[in-house]
Design a protein around this ligand. Structure first.
Ligand SMILES: Cc1cc2nc3c(=O)[nH]c(=O)nc-3n(C[C@H](O)[C@H](O)[C@H](O)COP(=O)(O)OP(=O)(O)OC[C@H]3O[C@@H](n4cnc5c(N)ncnc54)[C@H](O)[C@@H]3O)c2cc1C
Length: 463
């Protein structure tokens, strides 16, 4: 009789459940267990800002799958409220603690998957961090705390620290609830890891048009509270801002401690190091999602890209490989799309600075076009900033802003870059056209042609 294989997955949000589902499809007999420290699994974290903002009315809409569903549909066991505390690699066991009782036990594994995600950065050294009314946003529970604080305090003023993705989505959420919103960012422009300064200007205008106060180029020094221990002010290098609520949106740090403590290799980025099959430095342990570092497809650099899109793809690859498959994950391009109020922002591949650092000779063009035919009602500006390599003509990256069709252009660029496409390939792409969707010459074609022109004018290199 064939012995039943035991697959243990630590982390039950995006990568973990995807891994479990894929593994079950390929191996009907394996014992599959998901260990999750929270009480819920498979939360749609990406929808949280829209739940805080009221566009999504019930948290139930964000509970994509329940433990009962996993058991009944796929015979996958979910151990909720259970934290994995250590991995005994020689014995092939994971030690877990039941949080409600403190009881510890061990679970044997043949293959172990670490899908522990990332934690929102909220430095303990930030004075006032522990005041009530100071939040991060990662889980439904965080969103519920924010919503209760909003009504309990009759909150009027929210301050968001950090102008990255979550900061931007948080600003929209709080404005939708009628709050007065300020965003503080240490760097000189918003969305600093996505956009160049020139492209961020349009985003900043959208934010201020929608009533958001921006305080850029200034660090938060401390949070101050009132006599009840409730946050009351955010003190920056230049301002003191009143606050009933503070959202810390300072990025994410990979949860790599479990792996580190078990002696697994950790990359310089702080994420768990994995190979192309998403295997860690231990052949029986795989890792995926926000807790690992990814390889940039263009530069080969190891980077952190905590995205749900990536976590799900990781899960699929791992689910195959722990059940005898040989799938690989080829890496990321940092492809991102985000809505800042009514403005869409897309980003893929390299900026010109990043391209230069990676040894390319970047050519850059910023082209304004329209998201649909100019004569079609509602046509709005669409701006594409594209980067290509002068020598090879390869498309390297793009930043896209507009009120419609940003996702399409971002994804077309992602496809071209993934397939090693050149400006000629892009200019000749047979893109769909109809007046409500684009111009007869899409703005991507225009940008590719401008860059082709720049290449032709490039001085010839002489040896
Ligand atoms: C507000 C918000 C908006 C977002 N919007 C987008 C978006 O628009 N597009 C996009 O692509 N991505 C978005 N993301 C990112 C996306 O949600 C994450 O990339 C994704 O959830 C990562 O999945 P994961 O499974 O790797 O980790 P996580 O979702 O972090 O799940 C890891 C789980 O592991 C559990 N865990 C950790 N350690 C242990 C342990 N020792 N024992 C047991 N359990 C443990 C944690 O409790 C957690 O539930 C957003 C994230 C947030 C917070």
């Amino acid at each position: 009789l064939e012995t039943q294989k035991s697959i243990v997955i630590v982390g039950g949000m995006a990568c973990g459940p995807k891994t479990a589902a894929r593994a079950r499809r390929r191996d009907p007999n394996a014992r599959i267990t998901i260990v999750e420290q929270g009480e819920t699994v498979s939360e749609g974290s990406c929808g949280l800002p829209y739940y805080v903002g009221g566009q999504i009315e019930s948290e139930n809409a964000l509970l994509i799958r329940t433990p009962k569903f996993f058991k009944e549909s796929s015979n996958i066991d979910v151990m909720g409220g259970t934290r994995a505390v250590s991995i005994h690699r020689d014995a092939h066991e994971v030690e877990v603690v039941t949080l409600a009782t403190g009881a510890t036990s061990t679970i044997p594994y043949d293959k172990l998957v670490i899908a522990t995600g990332a934690t929102a950065v909220a430095p303990a050294s930030l004075q006032g961090r522990g005041l009530s009314g100071v939040f991060t946003l990662t889980k439904i529970a965080d969103a519920n705390l924010i919503l209760s604080a909003m009504s309990a305090r009759d909150a009027r003023k929210a301050v968001i620290v950090g102008a990255g993705l979550i900061g931007m989505e948080g600003a929209e959420a709080f404005r939708s609830r009628g709050l007065d919103v300020s965003v503080v960012e240490a760097l000189e422009h918003v969305l600093p890891s996505l956009l160049d300064a020139d492209m961020s200007v349009q985003v900043q205008k959208e934010l201020t048009d929608k009533g958001v106060h921006l305080f850029l180029g200034q660090r938060v020094l401390r949070l101050e509270g009132d006599e009840k221990g409730q946050v009351a002010r955010v003190v920056t290098e230049k301002e003191t801002l009143e606050a009933d609520l503070v959202l810390l949106a300072l990025g994410f740090r990979p949860n790599a401690e479990l792996a580190r403590d078990a002696g697994l290799a950790i990359g310089a980025s702080g994420g768990i190091a994995v190979d192309g099959s998403l295997r860690t430095s231990d052949p029986d342990i795989y890792a995926g999602g926000d807790c690992v570092e990814n390889t940039h497809r263009v530069t080969g650099a190891k980077i952190l890209t905590p995205m749900g899109s990536t976590a799900n793809k990781h899960g699929r690859v791992i689910g195959s490989n722990i059940t005898g498959g040989r799938d690989t994950f080829p890496g990321v391009l940092g492809t991102t799309v985000v809505k800042v109020f009514d403005l869409g922002v897309g980003r893929v591949g390299l900026s010109a600075d990043e391209a230069r650092e990676a040894g390319f000779e970047p050519l850059v063009a910023t082209v304004d076009g329209l998201d649909r035919a100019g004569y079609y009602p509602g046509a709005r500006k669409l701006t594409v900033k594209m980067v290509a390599d002068r020598t090879s003509g390869k498309v390297l990256g793009g930043q896209i802003l507009g009120w419609g069709g940003v996702d399409k252009r971002t994804d077309v660029l992602a496809t071209v870059i993934t397939l090693d496409g050149t400006l000629d390939d892009l200019a000749d792409l047979d893109l769909a056209y109809s007046p409500p969707f684009s111009g007869a010459m899409d703005v991507l074609h225009d940008a590719a042609n401008v860059l082709r022109g720049k290449r032709e004018r490039a001085p010839e290199k002489r040896s």
